[in-house]
Design a protein around this ligand. Structure first.
Ligand code: GLU
Length: 432
């Protein structure tokens, strides 16, 4: 089984979506089920409703899965396994107060050395534990040997016991830390391959140490995806608009185009434009670049435009907010100068909206508008144009400028004959 394990603590980041997509593709390729596990054990950071948003986004992107779990429902397993580790002397109760720990961390910082737990409670006599009424955390005893993480993308990294340290499994409030809950849940779900962001690489030896302490011997595979950088080469953060899946959707990027781009980023793909279904056939985690991927909004725009071009007019029309196929044709014409649905809606909207016309063309515009209102139907642009010339006496710039304003609401844009072709059945509305 594979798993995607988002926390419902904020808007979905493109990095998370990329992890979800790669898990989905790998689950199909390996013919293993996919589990969505909502990691909701950090009660303070949870935001109500975010889990619903996660499921909506997965559905919108066509990421199908077989199982769904809320981590908080596994609390009894986390607690039972913590007790097991205490009994096996693989873990210990730690009564150090937050204040004393903070003071030690402060001292390490001052001395410019990395803070490590000093083992104060690692070997307390049984009486000191049993009769102790004070709050405590549960820590895993630091491993006795280095732990090597073998990663499908990054290769091997080895972590010394001191760097893994005697870390906390259960907090004083009897809730598990991320590392403990995650390691236990992955074990219970029999996860075979963990695909997640590179920011978790330093957690992996800790989770392996937990598995070892629990006597779990399955060889879990790992793939940590390189981080995503923004235009300036810095780690993409919430402040970068493009990092939020919701923002990209609101801007009018198609899910298929976003997926295409996220698979292509930092990767060699056989073609530039493809669907998720096609990617399943050739995608290989091992060919992903080890280097951070750089997010390029212009590239995403290009890909989005290509996907928009591939839609049939009726579908495109619906996306733009209309029902008729012809509006889809009109939108296609505007695709030359628009690359998102939002931009397309603005262009199509301007065709039907009241037009603001520069003073110098106002007279011509009013004339053409009135003529168009009264005109018979012309199937052909040349015939329409000749009719206007004949009845208005306007020509050249004095004809074309106001005519373009009338048909598109803009001074520049696609060929008038193309516009007319898509608009000929809507002229009364355009000239209203
Ligand atoms: N909840 C963690 C996150 O969203 C999951 C990491 C993991 O996949 O283990 O970053």
């Amino acid at each position: 089984m594979l798993r995607f394990a988002p926390s419902p603590t904020g808007d979905m980041h493109i990095g998370n979506l990329r992890v979800a997509i790669f898990n989905y593709i790998s689950s199909i390729q390996r013919e293993e089920p996919l589990l969505i596990r909502i990691e909701d054990t950090d009660k303070e950071r949870n935001i109500p409703g975010k889990e619903k948003e996660i499921f909506e986004i997965l559905a919108l992107f066509g990421i199908h899965y077989q199982e769904e779990q809320f981590q908080s429902n596994n609390l009894r397993f986390h607690r039972a396994m913590a007790i097991q580790l205490l009994q096996d002397k693989k873990a210990f109760n730690c009564f150090c107060t937050p204040e004393s720990l903070d003071a030690k961390k402060g001292a390490s910082k001052e001395a410019k050395v990395a803070y490590r737990y000093d083992g104060t409670c690692a070997n307390l006599p049984a009486e000191a534990v049993i009769d102790n009424p004070n709050p405590f955390t549960i820590r895993l005893k630091k491993p006795k040997h280095p732990i090597t993480v073998t990663d499908l993308i990054k290769g091997e990294s080895t972590f010394a016991p001191e760097d893994i340290d005697s870390f906390i499994l259960m907090r004083a409030d009897k809730y598990p830390t991320y590392n403990f809950a995650c390691a236990v849940d992955d074990m219970i779900a029999d996860i075979s391959l963990i695909i997640r962001g590179e920011d978790h690489l330093s957690n992996t030896p800790k989770q392996i140490a937990i598995h070892e302490a629990l006597g779990y011997t399955k060889k879990v595979e790992y793939a940590h995806l390189p981080i995503i950088l923004n235009n300036e080469g810095k780690k993409m953060s919430k402040r970068d608009n493009g990092s939020s899946v919701k923002w990209l959707l609101e801007e009018g990027f198609l899910p298929d185009a976003i997926t295409n781009y996220l698979i292509m980023m930092g990767n060699k793909t056989p073609t530039e434009i493809f669907s998720l279904k096609e990617a399943v056939k050739w995608f290989d985690l091992k060919t992903l670049s080890k280097a951070p991927a750089r997010f390029d909004l212009d590239k995403l725009k290009f890909i989005n435009r290509e996907h928009l071009k591939g839609l049939d007019p009726k579908e495109l029309s619906r996306y733009v907010g209309f029902a008729d196929e012809e509006i889809g044709q009109l939108a296609k014409i505007f695709l030359e100068e628009a690359s998102t649905l939002k931009e397309l809606r603005a262009k199509v909207g301007a065709v039907f909206a009241p037009k603001s016309v520069p003073e110098e063309y106002l007279e011509g515009f009013n004339l053409l508008r009135d003529l168009t209102r009264k005109a018979p139907h012309f199937d052909d642009y040349e015939a329409y144009k000749n009719y206007l010339i004949q009845h208005s006496g306007l020509k050249e710039k004095n004809l074309f400028k106001p005519l373009r304003l009338l048909l598109s609401g803009a001074e520049h844009g696609p060929e008038l004959s193309d516009l007319y072709g898509a608009l000929k059945n809507y002229l009364k509305e355009v000239a209203k």
